[in-house]
Design a protein around this ligand. Structure first.
Ligand code: SAH
Length: 225
């Protein structure tokens, strides 16, 4: 992954700022991720490598490692680092996995998935966000991602199956196409609940006897539209 080339209009931090941001990133991983119980070495290593500032506007870069969600384009948000790490941890990703992501957003979560899985198929309904995420990931040299602009509730256009599915927008229940595109034994992680409310981040496992759900933590996501 290269983070120092400069052929895109997004602002890039200078060398002094890069050093500061790297220190803040390592502090974030220690204090917000490991100290809260996420110890999966692949997840921790990827969080420590991925520059979150590259997914933010220039004005917000100094807050890249603050402990919360931040605004992105179109009134959307980039998720809190801890929630991104937690969702990724619960997916229990293997290097061979094909992953479906609903709600590309800034592409921060997408990049993390691309670092840990074989293939990521990601759906975003805002064309502008999807295009920006794609150029950011290309700049990070993450090539194992396919992008689709459309309604994620319809699932991936060319079908599954996927080993893992991650949903980054609140929904009252998993959409039927997600469960039908999830392979047997597969895991889906999604914030379940009403928009505007607190939701419950929930893990669904598709087993031989149907789908079982396990609550993980309370959370607050923007709605699936
Ligand atoms: N993990 C992302 C956060 C994404 S916010 C990040 O850290 O950047 C949720 C995203 O889901 C938003 O970008 C929103 O536009 C998108 N979204 C909402 N409803 C959608 C739908 N039906 N299909 C596809 N994307 C959707």
């Amino acid at each position: 992954m290269s983070t120092h080339d400069n052929h895109n209009s997004d602002a890039r931090p200078g060398p002094d700022r890069l050093g500061t941001l790297r220190r803040l990133r390592h502090d974030m991983v220690r204090e917000q991720i490991i100290a809260r119980g996420i110890t999966n070495a692949r997840v921790v290593r990827a969080m420590a490598r991925l520059p979150r500032e590259l997914f933010l506007s220039e004005a917000l870069m100094n807050q890249a490692y603050s402990d919360g969600a931040l605004p992105s384009m179109d009134g959307q948000t980039i998720s809190q680092p801890y929630i991104v790490a937690l969702m990724t941890d619960r997916l229990n990703l293997e290097a061979s996995h094909r992953v479906l992501e609903i709600g590309t957003g800034t592409g921060y979560q997408t990049a993390l998935l691309a670092m840990l899985a074989k293939k990521v198929c990601t759906i975003e309904c805002h064309a502008g966000l999807a295009a920006q995420a794609r150029s950011r990931l290309e700049r990070l040299n993450l090539k194992n991602v396919e992008y689709h602009v459309g309604d994620g509730a319809l699932g991936w256009p060319n079908g599954g199956p996927f080993d893992r599915i991650i949903v980054s927008a609140a929904t009252e229940r998993p959409a039927a196409p997600w469960l039908s595109q999830l392979r047997a034994g597969g895991i889906l992680v999604a914030p379940i609940g009403r928009a505007g409310d607190i939701q419950t981040l929930t893990l669904f496992r598709r087993g031989g006897f149907g789908v079982t759900s396990y609550p993980i933590i309370q959370c607050r996501f923007v709605p699936l539209v």
